[in-house]
Design a protein around this ligand. Sequence first.
Ligand code: ATP
Ligand code: FE2
Length: 321
Amino acid sequence: MICLGIESTAHTFGVGICKGKTILSDKRAVYKPPLGSGIHPKKAAQHHAAMALQTIEGALSSAHLKLKDIDLIAFSQGPGLPPCLQVGLIAAKSLAEKGKKPLIGVNHCLAHVEIGKLITGANDPIVVYVSGGNTQILGYTDGRYRVFGETEDIALGNALDSFARKIGLPHPGGPVIEKMAKSGKKYIKLPYVVKGMDLSFSGIVTAAVREYSQKGQLVSNLCFSIQETCFAMLTEVTERALAHTGKKEVLVTGGVAASGRLKQMLRIMCKERGAKLYFVPKKYSGDNGVMIALTGLLVYKHGIKPLKGTIKIKQKWRIDE
Ligand code: ATP
Ligand code: FE2
C-alpha cells in the first residue's frame, strides 16, 4: 500500500510517500522567518499555500508516481499552528477528493515517534521528545501511547533559545550554549524543577538571566550550569519512566537531541540500567512528510476509519488521545 503524507504543523510544508516502510520520496519546503523574529503563523501558512502544489508534484514525480498510484492520503491534523494546519488539511482533502482516496488524520507527535522507531530500529522505547516546541517523555503501554512526563511551561529547546536571546547570544541558542559551556568551569546553582514526572524550565531561564545581569556571572559558567541542570532533570525523569515501565530502550528525537552533553548523560544512565539508547538522526528528527505517510499507513492498518464530511484540524491534539 502506498501513502502520500502531508506535514504542515509549523515551519515545514513536507510531502512524503511511503510504500509500507519503504520511503519513496521526501520533499520539504521550509518557511524561514526574517532574522531575529519568531515564526509568524499566518506568514508560514501563506508560504505553505504557495509551495503546496509544487511540493506535492515534486514528491510524486521523484517517486515516479501519479495520484492514481497512491492508495491513501494522510495529513498532520495536529497539534500545531492553526493557519498552517489548515493549509495541510485543504491540500490533503483536495487530493483525496480528486483521486477518490481515503483520507487519514495523523497526530504529529505520534509521527515523530513512529519514524524514529523505523529509522533506528527501536522496538518499544521510552521516547524523549525534546525540540524547540516540545518536551515530553512518552511510551506505549496497554494499547496506547502515554505521556509519562512533560514540561509544565516552555519546551527545553525554547528555554535554551530564550536564555541565549536574553543575554545577547545568537539564535538558535542550543548549539551556542553547548559551545560556550565547554569553557565553563563553575556550577552556578539554578532551580532544579522536577515535580513528580513533570518538568519546568521557565524559572531556570529567569534565574540564569538574573545571575548574568545582577550578579555578573560569566556566560560560560551559566551556559554550563543551565545545561547541567536542565539535562539532569530530563535524564532523571527518563530514568524513572524506564523504571516504572520496565522498558529497555530509550529513543531520543527533536532538535535538542543534537546536544553532546545530553547524549552523554543519557548514555551513562542507560548503561547503568542496561537499556539501549537510540538517537534519531537530524534528517528525520525534524518535521517532514515521510513521518506522516508512514504513520498514516499504520493508523489505517490498525482499523482507524478514514475521515469523511466536515473535517477539523486539532490544534491541541495530544498523543494519548
Ligand atoms: P517542533 O515543532 O517539533 O517542536 P522545532 O522546529 O521547534 O520542532 P527542532 O528543529 O526539532 O524544533 O529543534 C530546534 C531546537 O533544538 C532549538 O531550540 C535549538 O536550540 C535546539 N538545539 C539544536 N542543537 C542543539 C544543541 N546542540 N544543544 C541543545 N539544543 C540544541
Ligand atoms: Fe515536529
